[in-house]
Design a protein around this ligand. Structure first.
Ligand SMILES: C[S@@+](CC[C@H](N)C(=O)[O-])C[C@H]1O[C@@H](n2cnc3c(N)ncnc32)[C@H](O)[C@@H]1O
Length: 334
């Protein structure tokens, strides 16, 4: 099996792969690449879909928000595009791995990997560029226990109207209310009645939609594939003295099979790091009828240019546009 993603193709070359210091390395925040699952000893990821893939391959897994790490001989961090998140991972790895653990950092030039050496130096870590190809570079260093602030300090709070939002680097929006989400909430305000509904918020992010609905008396279940988002939504609900069930789930995959809702609501994702990915939104729409009670509705907001009309029609039949400000459109299917 050969590597598919540019970063993994670089790692599979001799300059990195033959280094005995990295034998059995764990992949941190890895892309979806079957070669990596077979080549690495395990993974550390905050992405539930990634963890599930590695779990199915019988590889050990860990979440940065889960149990403390067991023995990890070496780690390779796949540089995320969000710089604050990249910095957080460097701090977390230095705190969580034994001092002196070999650490490699790999990523695409277009994704900001060239910042890695400066950010390592800011943390007192010297690094060496080990290899470069496929518009990617890999740097190697060893961990040192940091003197600085603990990684918990990365959690922040923001206000959005009368709602307090908790957020963390890597969580969508991170302090800003998305224009599409704002349009969605406006549309919900004018269309939802007073009767409390059972609601599923898919891709809950910092929990803004869930908190808004829970404040209006609806019974909220919130899911997100990203563990930081799950924790952010839990903290947002708690910060506003609201209740809801929040779980890590790849769209509907983490829900019990027989659970149904009166309303499914979402500002669905269409990116996976730097790549467009309609997969989760497609599944959200296609499987919505199986997840809705009789008479239930799916309400979602999307950039106006995104091709959601056809999948909506295929899954739900007739749908209406509740709001359209040219940049974003709110769809409702019953
Ligand atoms: C556009 S953001 C919306 C966040 C929040 N609901 C808001 O309106 O600000 C999309 C969210 O979907 C999440 N997401 C991405 N892929 C997912 C998947 N396969 N299953 C569940 N959530 C996913 C992302 O982590 C992100 O939080």
């Amino acid at each position: 099996m050969s590597a598919q993603t540019p970063s993994c193709q670089l790692l599979s070359r001799d300059a990195f792969f033959d280094d005995p210091d990295f034998a059995g390395f764990w992949a941190v925040a890895p892309p979806d690449d079957p070669w990596l699952v077979s080549a690495a000893g395990g993974t550390i990821s905050a992405d539930e879909a990634t963890l599930e893939r590695w779990r199915l391959a019988d590889k050990p897994i860990a979440s940065p928000l889960g149990q403390p790490l067991e023995a990890v001989p070496a780690a390779v961090l796949f540089w995320p595009k969000a710089l604050k998140l990249a910095g957080w991972w460097l701090d977390w790895l230095s705190q969580s791995l034994p001092e002196g653990t070999p650490l490699a950092i790999v990523g695409e030039h277009g994704g900001g990997i060239r910042r890695a050496s400066k950010m390592l130096a800011e943390r007192g870590l010297e690094c060496e560029k080990r290899d470069g190809a496929r518009r990617c570079s890999v740097f190697v260093t060893v961990t040192q226990k940091p003197e600085g602030a603990p990684t918990d300090a990365a959690w922040e709070r923001f206000s959005a109207g009368d709602i307090t939002l908790a957020s963390h680097p890597g969580v969508f929006g991170h302090g800003k209310v998305d224009e599409g989400t704002a349009l969605l909430l406006e549309a919900l305000e004018s269309t939802l009645g007073d009767a409390p509904l059972s609601v599923l918020d898919v891709g809950c992010g910092d929990g803004i939609i869930s908190a808004w609905l829970a404040r209006r008396g609806h019974r909220v279940t919130a899911v997100d594939v990203n563990h930081f988002a799950v924790e952010a939504t839990r903290c947002t609900l708690a910060a506003n003295a609201l209740e809801g069930r929040v779980l890590a789930s790849d769209v509907y995959a983490g829900l019990e099979e027989d659970v149904r809702f009166d309303l499914i609501v979402s500002n669905p994702p269409f990116h996976q790091e730097r790549n467009i990915d309609y997969g989760p939104a497609g599944r959200l729409i296609a499987e919505a009828p199986e997840r809705l009670n009789r008479g239930g509705q799916l309400v979602l907001v999307a950039n106006a240019f995104l091709p959601y009309a056809e999948p909506l029609e295929r899954a739900i039949g007739k749908f209406e546009v509740l709001a359209d400000n040219r940049r974003f459109r709110v769809y409702r299917g019953k």
